[in-house]
Design a protein around this ligand. Structure first.
Ligand SMILES: C[S@@+](CC[C@H](N)C(=O)[O-])C[C@H]1O[C@@H](n2cnc3c(N)ncnc32)[C@H](O)[C@@H]1O
Length: 263
C-alpha cells in the first residue's frame, strides 16, 4: 500500500499553513530552492519537466515554475492543490504549474513523457515502505533523469531534541526509536535515515549524485524569537546555504536530501 490516509492532511491544513509562515519553514524552502537550482544549473540548466509527488501547496514547485520549469504537482489533498493553484495564479506562474489530485499510486496514470526530475519531499516518512513508492517514483523519471528525496534526518532530530528542546532524556530515547511524531500533522511517522535511502536508490539502479542537509543550525538554536528579525534571518540563511553541501555539517541537519540519477 503506497497511499497514506489523506484525511489527516486535509484536516490539519490550518496547522500546515501556520507552519509555512514560520521563519524555519521559510528557511527549509529557501534551502531546497537553492539545492535544486544549483543542481539543475550544474547539470546543464534549461527548462526541465519536473514532477513533485506529494508536492502539497507547492512550496518547492512554485520557485521552480517561476524559474521557468514545467512542474506537475501530484497530491491526494484537494485543499493543498487549491492553495497552490491560487498562489500560482497570483504570481503569474499558472501556465507552468499543473495540479493533479492523487497519491504516488496515481503516477502510472499521469501519462505523457517521463520527467527530467521527480521530487518526493517530506512524504516517504508517512508511507509504510520505502521500496514500493520509490519504484513508482522512478517509473516517472526518464532514463538519465533525476530523483530528489527528502526526509527528516535521524541525527538532526536527536540533536534538536537535546539542544533546542532542552531535553537530553527525550533525545536519548529518540536515538534508537523507529518512529517519531509529526507535530504539524499529529501523526506517527517512520524514521528513515539517508543511508537506508541510499541503499534503496542504489538497489533500484540509481547513482547518488549529491547529498545535502538543511536546517543544520536553525534546529539547534535554543531561541526562536531572533529568527523573525530580518537581519538575523539573513545571516542564518547565508550560513545554512554555506553548510548545506559541506561535510560534516550536512549530516546533522533537520533533513537530508539526496539527488540520484536513474541509469
Ligand atoms: C508534509 S507534507 C509535504 C508537502 C511538500 N512535499 C513539502 O515538502 O512542502 C506531506 C504531503 O504528502 C501528501 N501525501 C500523503 N500521502 C501521499 C501519498 N500516498 N502520495 C503522495 N502524496 C501523499 C499530503 O497530502 C501532503 O501534501
Amino acid at each position: 500500500m503506497v497511499d497514506a490516509a489523506t484525511d489527516v492532511f486535509e484536516a490539519r491544513m490550518a496547522q500546515w499553513r501556520a507552519y509555512r509562515a514560520t521563519p524555519w519553514s521559510r528557511l527549509r524552502f529557501l534551502i531546497v530552492a537553492h539545492t535544486l537550482s544549483t543542481s539543475i544549473a550544474r547539470l546543464g540548466g534549461g527548462a526541465w519537466r519536473i514532477l513533485d509527488a506529494g508536492g502539497g501547496d507547492g512550496g518547492d514547485a512554485l520557485p521552480l515554475a517561476l524559474a521557468g520549469h514545467e512542474v506537475t504537482v501530484l497530491d491526494p489533498s484537494a485543499a493543498m492543490l487549491a492553495k497552490l493553484a491560487d498562489d500560482a495564479a497570483r504570481v503569474g506562474a499558472a501556465d507552468r504549474v499543473r495540479c493533479v489530485e492523487g497519491g504516488i499510486d496515481a503516477i502510472a496514470r499521469l501519462g505523457g513523457e517521463p520527467f527530467d526530475l521527480v521530487l518526493c519531499h517530506f512524504v516517504l516518512q508517512y508511507l509504510d515502505t520505502l521500496e514500493a513508492p520509490l519504484a513508482k517514483l522512478l517509473q516517472a523519471v526518464r532514463p538519465g533523469g533525476y530523483v530528489s528525496l527528502i526526509a527528516p534526518n535521524r541525527p538532526g532530530e536527536v540533536l534538536a531534541k537535546a539542544a533546542r528542546g532542552g531535553d537530553p532524556a527525550a533525545a536519548f530515547d529518540l536515538l534508537h526509536a523507529d518512529a517519531n511524531r509529526s507535530l504539524t500533522f499529529d501523526r506517527t511517522v517512520r524514521r528513515i535515515d539517508a543511508e537506508t535511502a541510499i541503499v534503496a536508490l542504489e538497489a533500484a539502479g540509481c547513482e547518488i549524485t549529491a547529498r545535502f542537509g538543511g536546517r543544520i543550525v536553525n534546529d539547534i538554536l535554543p531561541e526562536s524569537a531572533p529568527k523573525s528579525d530580518p537581519a538575523f534571518f539573513a545571516d542564518l540563511l547565508r550560513l545554512e546555504l554555506a553548510l548545506c553541501d559541506r561535510e560534516p555539517y550536512l549530516r546533522t541537519g533537520m533533513f537530508w536530501q539526496l539527488l540520484a540519477r536513474k541509469a
